[in-house]
Design a binder for this molecule. Sequence first.
Ligand code: ARG
Length: 412
Amino acid sequence: MGNNGKVILAYSGGLDTSVCIRYLQTLHKLDVITVTVDCGQHDDFKEIERKAEAIGAIKHVYIDAREEFARDYIVPSIKANGLYQGKYPLATALARPLIAAKAVEVATREGATAIAHGCTGKGNDQIRFDVTMHALSPNLKIIAPIRDLNLSRDLEISFAKEQKIPISSEAKKYSIDINLWGRALEGGKIEEADFEPPEEAFEFINFQNNEAGYMEIEFDQGVPVAADGEHIPLIDLIQYANDKAGGHGVGIIDHIEDRVVGIKSREVYEAPAAVAIIEAHKDLEKMVLTKHELAFKQIVDNQWSWLAYSGLWEDPLRTDLDKFIDATQNRVSGKVRLKMEKGSLRVVGRESKYSLYKDNLATYATGSTFDQSLAKGFVELWGLQSVIANSVAAGLSRDKKNKKEVKNEIKS
Ligand code: ARG
């Protein structure tokens, strides 16, 4: 065993990556070093280490990357209102390049010749891992046993049983990916696009609470710094927002998503903190940015989300866009108050010292400083082309009608 050198396997402790340990050992004759990167998934990491070693890993490395994940991945995504196809807060998509980077670090340290992951050939994660690993270390060989062997989940389960690899009962139902920014559920019954996921499938969502609640998020230059008046570290703030918004049923996303490989998939997520924080952030931006900044930033945000989703985190365009986005965030400081009730979420108040909202301009009451007499001329110019186009179109249909009448006269 191991006569082909060492391989670093990004190991979650789940079914796919557990099966990979055995395949890498037996098929590739590699010594497997497993790496588990903690992005806030609340797993029993001691148990994961025991499991990896019991299956056959020669060494296990645990890396606590929660702070880095929050600071260097979640924060830029909040600033970019990162939502793929307007819905998915990118939790998995953001964690993958970080996990890949950590695995590459370990590979360099351990003198490994290959690096491996447990992704299938049907999803986005393979792209995020492969591209990041390749971009950071072009000479490492990438092995993806599940993809290479074209394994189905059922085949994996029977292989695991045969090899006495333990499988959790949850793994039999769904494929789950979880981190600080959200939880993704795939596979099993929810592959049926018309099937409503049962309440038990969710971890953060309280379906029983009928009471309304409020949460205030404070931002400093686009970064959430306080929740309900408490200045707390970002990881704690996200956790707090997850508990609070989830406690009011907020944060389920159920949509049809276009994967990079062309497949449309039904995706179910729970991401209470992400949904609440991005909603609040967007609202604050509307108060402090000009309409020109907002319109252009929306295009940039979309492009940013696409790069993150599609595995191009290491493309220089992403950091180029970050520079623009950062520049827009200078004034995105203030507080947003959210009201949450039985799964609904809405902004009910906001304030910022950089607000462009001026009530002396907006008010309908006396005391307005807005000079209405200026509006008349503006409106005339604003609609000029639309008015002309309509009269030209009216002339055109008159001409057509006349032509038809002339033709009919000639015929008769
Ligand atoms: N569709 C989502 C994405 O592409 C979720 C992927 C979840 N991954 C998983 N292994 N269950 O980011």
